[in-house]
Design a protein around this ligand. Structure first.
Ligand code: C2O
Ligand code: CU
Length: 477
């Protein structure tokens, strides 16, 4: 079998005379390829500046440093930032572009940058076992070609449970010529943060049993770096259709989301646009994952992205409350509802598994080392979990033998969720999947990108306490 032809490379996707996604209403004449830069993206205000004249090269600088940041009323904290903002500046790029980031570490501890979801070379992936972490005062140049369009994000891979919570994360929007044209795109970067109202410092890390067992849950929800109770609404018009790109950057909190006040459906996931959009009542978004939804403003009024959060009420009982985490005021125009394209992306070839593996997630604890989270019986395994050949298609059973859930993340590759005990459908290519407590989730992994790849739980406390491994993909030649 010709493995190269089966890999989901950008060449294949771009060469496929992709249906240029556009509204059916506009499709009477063949749509011309949309210049991806043209649709405005409304999101975090900071964006990376391109300093390179070559249109196919995006070159910029980025600095990690301490900054005093205001997240909301009475919430001013000494944070770690990329270029002074939380989230860090958004990277806007086009598939096929070369990206060069001259990174400087002005923190007083080492760090790296991981480009979560981008299938790039392992030397640029921020894996501290490959790249010597960037020491205080040092610089490192990250250089890679954006392999395919989608919504991604970046964050450190050293002491990530602290460095992310303290503010080191940012979003990546990668476009391609087949991207459908919407009236606007919104980038919604979700987070939660644990604060104590008294001091300007965040509460200590891994200091409580719940944090060690379930990860660090925040007591404030943030959207684009702002306390959601103080967020400003966006503006749109009846009859418009938008694309919202959602990223969950929290340390541990799985978000249950829905859109109220508009017609909406899921159009994309970790691996970019889906071939077939689908409708759902709720989206379950574990940490690390991205979802894209299409939101059609059929009627005027307020449209909200709701986060369904379990909380304790005054009498101590658990109850679910709906917290708006993003809102748009839709002005009346009388415009009729608009229909949108059905097929967003070309079909992919079907690949059969040529191997089956299992990863067991569990936890042990002893009085000397405390709680240790394990993958296949080892906490912080030194040896790779598996060695694969480039082009392998592998069924992997993710077997969670612990109570807490684990959002499993594999660097540098795509996979699909084949079965899941969760009731939520999960079509599309993924790099992160939620394995609920006690559940077995089966994925089909497409190991097309050679290198040494981290495979870990994205609950950052679990990763820090041992659920952090590697897989090797040997090059085919
Ligand atoms: Cu988003 Cu290995 O991480
Ligand atoms: Cu975990």
């Amino acid at each position: 079998m010709n493995r190269a032809a089966l890999s989901f490379s950008i060449v294949m996707v771009a060469g496929c005379a992709a249906p240029t996604g556009t509204f059916e209403a506009e499709a009477t004449s063949p749509p011309s390829p949309v210049r991806p830069e043209l649709t405005p993206v409304i999101g975090p205000s900071a964006v990376m500046e391109d300093t390179n004249d070559d249109p196919r090269v995006f070159e910029t600088t980025l600095t990690a440093r301490y900054t005093t940041v205001t997240l909301g009323d009475g919430m001013t904290y000494e944070m770690m930032t990329y270029d002074g903002t939380v989230p860090g500046p958004t990277l806007h790029a086009t598939a096929g572009d070369e990206v060069i980031v001259h990174f400087t570490n002005e923190l007083d501890e080492p760090t790296t940058i991981h480009w979560h979801g981008l299938r790039i070379s392992d030397e640029m992936d921020g894996n501290p076992r490959i790249q010597d972490p960037v020491q205080p005062g040092e610089t490192f140049t990250y250089r890679f070609v954006v392999p395919e369009a989608g919504t991604y994000w970046y964050h450190p891979h050293v002491r990530s449970n602290e460095q992310l919570e303290r503010g080191l994360y940012g979003a990546i929007v990668a476009r391609d010529h087949y991207d459908p044209s919407y009236d606007a795109e919104r980038l919604v970067v979700l987070d939660d943060i644990l604060v104590d109202g008294e001091s300007e410092l965040l509460p200590p890390f891994l200091a409580s049993h719940p944090e060690v067992m379930h990860g660090r849950f925040g007591n404030v929800l943030l959207t684009n770096g702002r306390d959601v109770t103080e967020m400003e609404s966006g503006a749109a018009e009846q009859g418009q259709v938008e694309r919202w790109r959602i990223v969950n950057t929290a340390n541990a909190r799985t978000m249950a989301l829905s859109v109220a006040g508009a017609r909406w459906r899921v159009i994309g996931t970790d691996g970019g646009l889906l071939r077939e959009p689908y409708e759902t009542e709720r989206l379950t978004v574990p940490v690390g994952q991205r979802y894209e939804v299409e939101v059609a403003y059929d009627a005027p009024g307020r449209v909200e992205l709701l986060s369904h959060v379990m909380t304790r009420n005054a009498s101590g009982l658990l109850e679910e409350i709906d917290v708006p985490v993003h809102a748009v005021e839709v002005a009346e125009t009388g415009a009729a509802p608009r229909e949108v394209v059905r097929h967003l992306r070309p079909e992919r070839p079907v690949r059969e598994a040529d191997r089956m593996e299992t990863i067991v997630f569990d936890v042990v604890s002893d009085s000397i080392r405390g709680v240790q989270w394990r993958l296949n019986g080892v906490s912080h395994p030194e040896e790779p979990l598996f060695t694969f050949q480039q082009g392998d298609t592998v069924r992997i059973l993710l077997d969670n033998r612990s109570g807490p859930e684990h959002p499993f993340h594999l660097h540098g590759q795509w996979f699909e969720v084949v079965t899941s005990e969760s009731e939520h459908a999960q079509p599309g290519l993924k790099d992160t999947v939620l394995v609920p407590g006690g559940a077995v989730v089966e994925i089909l992994a497409y190991l097309d990108n050679p290198g040494r790849w981290m495979a870990h739980c994205h609950i950052l406390a679990h990763a820090e306490l041992g659920m952090m491994a590697e897989m090797v993909v040997e090059p085919s030649e």
